[in-house]
Design a protein around this ligand. Structure first.
Ligand SMILES: Cc1cc2nc3c(=O)[nH]c(=O)nc-3n(C[C@H](O)[C@H](O)[C@H](O)COP(=O)(O)OP(=O)(O)OC[C@H]3O[C@@H](n4cnc5c(N)ncnc54)[C@H](O)[C@@H]3O)c2cc1C
Ligand code: FES
Length: 358
């Protein structure tokens, strides 16, 4: 048994070393020369070969959606590659369904540009621009360029790029939902939760300087308000409140808040984001109800509100067969639990819209 284990260990170590050597050779020695990428049968780009398609397009000012910064873990960076590109890689298949596979959809951060490519991407992605953002106060960014600012729908997100620093070996970018309303074109507010050892969130919390200029790309995303007369239930935890806050501010500005309830969950009273603003909204808009719930209160907190998780609020307040539109945003586990409960309560899936911060 010991021999087999040692044998297996030796084989997997050799395989890992070989894979590493191949990657190093591919990155630093292999020279693929210049390649053509023909986009939508119109735009012919001459690019340096060898880099992933996602980054190669980004260098040309074409930004595909991405939440994981090209690590191959979000599956957002899809593009149709009609010619070139080679076989689909095992790292792509988890994110592609059978339809996409037959239509030559690829995960662009995994596919390296080693030959001429013919690519198809949605036209609206040409409108996604890099934006310079200085004058940083916590996570509020003033748009420096382009002059007209940013146009987005409430609920969408941007990719925030940070420079290489001591925790990273290269610039990194991640997705952050816009918390400010769309009518503020020259300011973008993000709520960034610090993730232990997290590359971008740590930078935003500990390294970002006032007046520092960063690059932001976007907007991206489909988590947007629907045109419907149904009553709304909004559910968020932590920074998942960002896109919902943007939606509420937009609806308030337009005077279109219909009967809406917001369930917001966090741990302690001091975690309650936008608490005063949401209570104020509740006071001024008759149809809006804000129900925060806390999961880690102690007696010293003197908290008299709801205790527990947002799922407890669903159980308590949402009757079976409710005809409501639901918007959920936050960490994947919370979103999954809410989806399960709401489905059990008979809310039709097509009336539930969600965004997972994975
Ligand atoms: C559409 C979309 C919108 C998003 N909007 C927001 C937003 O408004 N605000 C916000 O704060 N985040 C948001 N996120 C999450 C954000 O993109 C990053 O994933 C997050 O900030 C972590 O990035 P990082 O570089 O700091 O950590 P990484 O360097 O990517 O991760 C470091 C380690 O932490 C783990 N990790 C990653 N995320 C978490 C987490 N939440 N909790 C615990 N461990 C984690 C990773 O698995 C990894 O092991 C959004 C994500 C998506 C997909
Ligand atoms: S960018 Fe996340 S999978 Fe490609």
């Amino acid at each position: 048994m010991l021999q087999i284990l040692i044998g297996l260990l030796a084989i997997s170590t050799i395989a890992a070393v070989l894979a590493l050597l191949l990657e190093i050779a591919d990155r630093y020695i292999a020279d693929y020369g210049e390649k053509h990428i023909l986009i939508n049968d119109e735009k012919d780009l001459l690019v340096k070969g060898g880099r992933p398609l996602l980054f190669t397009l980004g260098e040309q000012g074409i930004f595909l959606p991405s939440a994981c910064g090209g690590k191959g873990t979000c599956g957002y960076c899809k593009a149709k590659v009609l010619e070139g590109g080679g076989p689909v890689l095992p790292t792509e298949t988890p994110y592609l369904d059978i339809n996409e596979l037959t239509q030559n959809v690829r995960i662009s951060c995994q596919l390296k540009v080693k030959e001429d490519l013919k690519v198809q991407i949605p036209e609206e992605l040409f409108l996604v621009k890099e934006r310079l953002t200085p004058d940083v106060k916590n996570v509020q960014f003033r748009i420096l360029a382009p002059e007209e600012g940013i146009a987005f729908k409430a609920g969408q997100y941007v990719q925030l790029e940070i420079p290489k620093y001591e925790l990273t070996s290269e610039p990194e970018f991640r997705a952050y939902s816009i918390a400010s309303p769309p009518f503020e074109h020259h300011m973008v507010e993000l709520i960034i939760t610090k993730v232990p050892e997290g590359a971008v969130s740590t930078y935003a919390h500990e390294y970002l300087q006032i007046n520092e200029e960063l690059i932001m790309r976007g907007p991206f995303g489909e988590f947007c308000l629907r045109d419907s007369d149904r009553e709304m239930l909004m559910i968020a935890t932590g920074s998942g409140l960002a896109p919902i806050h943007s939606m509420l501010r937009q609806m308030k500005q337009e005077g279109t808040i219909k009967k809406t309830t917001l369930f917001f969950g966090d741990r302690k009273p001091e975690d309650l984001l936008y608490y005063d603003a949401l209570r104020e909204l509740e006071r001024t808009v008759a149809d809006f109800t804000y129900i925060p719930t806390l999961s880690r209160t102690t007696e010293e907190d003197h908290w008299t509100g709801e205790k527990g998780r947002v799922t407890d609020l669903i159980k308590k307040y949402i009757p079976d067969q409710s005809s409501i539109d639901v918007y959920i945003c936050g960490v994947p586990a919370m979103v999954e639990s809410c989806l399960e409960l709401l489905t059990q309560k008979g809310v039709p899936p097509e009336q539930i819209c969600f965004d997972k911060f994975e």
